[in-house]
Design a protein around this ligand. Structure first.
Ligand code: OAD
Length: 231
């Protein structure tokens, strides 16, 4: 079981050119999350929701992992079976950097889901609700993304990993969205050490035993080097 449990958010992909949600010019300053990231918004206007995620899929398709993603992949490779990455991100930059078994708790842009029968398949670059489900043919295609009001993926595995962690690290996440924002408290209850690596203090900074602030591409590789050199 993993000893180091790492939660990543939009901040780790910011230097790869993918926008965050809540920073100045973040996605939620330009889009109404109630319209593009809720089941109710999808029911009202599926075309608008698909336009939003099609644009994000196009951005993600030309993004490359940065030094922070690569450093985490290096850590995972150096400590086999001891590093679990949980991400709120819907891009696949961790996988592109070489990380394995990443738990995408908010889903993935790369996957499509049938809103009728729950079948999942690889998403084309451009999705539309009327694309028939390959399994049941219903014209109810949606992104395989967890929206507000929906239950995140992998929660049983995540709770188990947190309950057995020695160290919990949150990287590039503002601490605004639960349940992810509560993971540090779950890890604390289990007796783990905790570390925040973020551009600036997050909403949950007071829950962390330690924190370092700066761009992920600097502070994540520096932290990984410390772990691997035993400092
Ligand atoms: P946010 O946009 O809320 O927070 C991003 C965090 O990254 C902020 O605290 C920034 O200070 C920090 N940051 C920005 N640039 C950085 C950099 N170069 N290096 C390090 N940190 C940096 O994004 P999340 O916390 O990931 O959910 O948002 C959580 C969830 O809210 C998302 O998964 C998404 C969103 O609504 C859904 O859509 C369901």
């Amino acid at each position: 079981m993993a000893k180091i449990v790492i939660l990543t958010g939009a901040g780790i992909s910011a230097e790869s050119g993918l926008g965050t949600f809540r920073d100045k010019d973040g996605l939620w300053t330009r889009y109404d999350l109630n319209e593009v990231a809720t089941p109710q918004g999808f029911a009202r206007n599926p075309g608008l929701v698909h336009d939003f995620y099609n644009a994000r899929r196009a951005n993600a398709a030309v993004a490359h992992p940065n030094a922070a993603h690569h450093a985490l992949a290096r850590l995972q490779a150096a400590l086999p079976g001891q590093v679990q990455i949980i991400t709120q991100n819907v891009d696949d930059l961790h996988e592109q950097a070489g990380s394995t078994d990443v738990w995408h708790m908010h889903g993935r842009l790369a996957r499509a889901r049938c809103a009728s029968c729950n079948h999942r398949w690889d998403a084309p670059a451009v999705m539309a609700v009327q694309h028939p489900c390959p399994a049941c043919t219903a014209p109810k295609t949606r992104p395989d993304i967890v929206w507000f009001g929906e239950y995140p993926f992998h929660m049983d595995d995540i709770e188990q990993a947190l309950s057995q962690a020695d160290l919990f690290v949150a990287i590039g996440t503002s601490g605004n969205v639960y349940p992810a924002a509560g993971f540090v408290q779950m890890a604390n209850l289990a007796g783990a050490d905790s570390l925040e690596l973020n551009l600036e203090p997050s909403q949950t900074i007071t829950d962390f035993a330690q924190a370092r602030h700066g761009p992920a591409s600097n502070i994540v590789p520096a932290w990984v080097e410390e772990i691997l050199s035993g400092r």
